[in-house]
Ligand binder design. Structure first.
Ligand SMILES: Nc1ncnc2c1ncn2[C@@H]1O[C@H](COP(=O)(O)OP(=O)(O)O)[C@@H](O)[C@H]1O
Ligand SMILES: [Mg+2]
Length: 273
């Protein structure tokens, strides 16, 4: 199966192993609006991929295609070396793809354990297996070295913004997930909480997940990402390793689609202005 992946496929990097998820030539339109153009995107276990781009660049649309919310019009999705179709969120979940959306979708009136297992409760016979769920919640938080949460039986309403984000991320890590996608996880947080969440993002990768971090914040991107994919008007302007670029270059990729030798050819970048 892997022979079909040519040497020049996007994201190839012999030093860092095969991508767990690879999208090739992905196109997506909403009616007459062509939002994603021939997008190539690759993720590896153990790495944080920052997905950056201006408002309207197509970041959310891209992750919704990966999450099975939007069907793609054309393109190829390969997961762990196998071509797959992700038609529904259930398909995505079955592959181990979890998304933490910006609004977090936590239930304030429920506690941390109940939130982490919401809709996927464990049962013992016909009753909920509270002990098993509590233990799994505690285990997951411990594995991710989360020390900011006092009790897993605390109601989510009583948590700070950073703690809520932590719970949402731990929930995504609970399900044997392979790919965890985080949409602007630090957008609403102060400095100390941002640092805690970035530490958690790093630990997610260090515990073997492939992590996508959507962010507008270059400090966050440069603090935690291994690679950066910059989208410009629905096209991938560049996929770069963090250590190969400066903040200024990434900002140019975001705002102009190119920076020096990097990015879209002048004609492509200009045609979109
Ligand atoms: N459901 C939809 N129907 C029509 N157009 C959409 C839909 N979702 C997104 N778009 C359009 O696709 C483009 C990319 O949007 P989006 O993916 O939300 O960008 P980003 O997340 O990078 O800000 C925008 O022009 C937006 O208006
Ligand atoms: Mg968005």
């Amino acid at each position: 199966m892997s022979q079909s992946l040519s040497k020049s496929s996007p994201g190839d990097d012999p030093e860092h192993g095969d991508p767990v998820l690879r999208l090739t030539g992905l196109n997506k339109s909403f009616g007459p609006v062509h939002v994603l153009h021939d997008v190539d995107f690759a993720l590896r276990r153990g790495e944080v991929m920052a997905l950056v781009g201006d408002n309207g660049a197509g970041k959310s649309t891209l992750i919704k295609c990966i999450a099975g919310i939007h069907p793609i019009d054309s393109g190829r999705i390969v997961f762990d070396g196998r071509p797959v179709t992700i038609g529904t969120p259930r398909d995505a979940a079955a592959l181990g793809i979890e998304v933490v959306y910006q609004d977090l979708a936590l239930a304030d009136n429920l506690d941390i354990v109940q939130n982490m297992f919401l809709g996927r409760e464990r049962r013992k016979g016909i009753v909920l297996d509270e002990m098993a769920m509590e233990e799994a919640a505690r285990d997951t938080l411990a594995k991710l070295s989360v020390r900011t949460v006092r009790s897993v039986r605390q109601r989510v309403a009583s948590l700070s913004g950073g703690q809520r984000q932590t719970v949402a991320i731990a929930k995504a890590a609970l399900w044997d997930s392979t790919v965890v996608i985080l949409d602007e996880p630090t957008a609403a947080l102060g400095v100390a909480q941002t640092q805690q969440v970035l530490d958690l993002v790093r630990r997610l990768a260090d515990t073997g997940h492939a992590v996508v971090l959507i962010s507008h914040n270059m400090n966050d991107v440069f603090a935690v990402a291994d690679r950066i994919t910059a989208l410009y008007l629905g096209r991938v302007a560049a996929e770069v390793r963090r250590e190969d670029v400066t903040t200024g270059q990434v900002v140019e990729l975001i705002t102009a689609g190119r920076s020096g030798d990097l990015g879209l050819a002048p004609a492509t970048a200009a045609e979109n202005i």
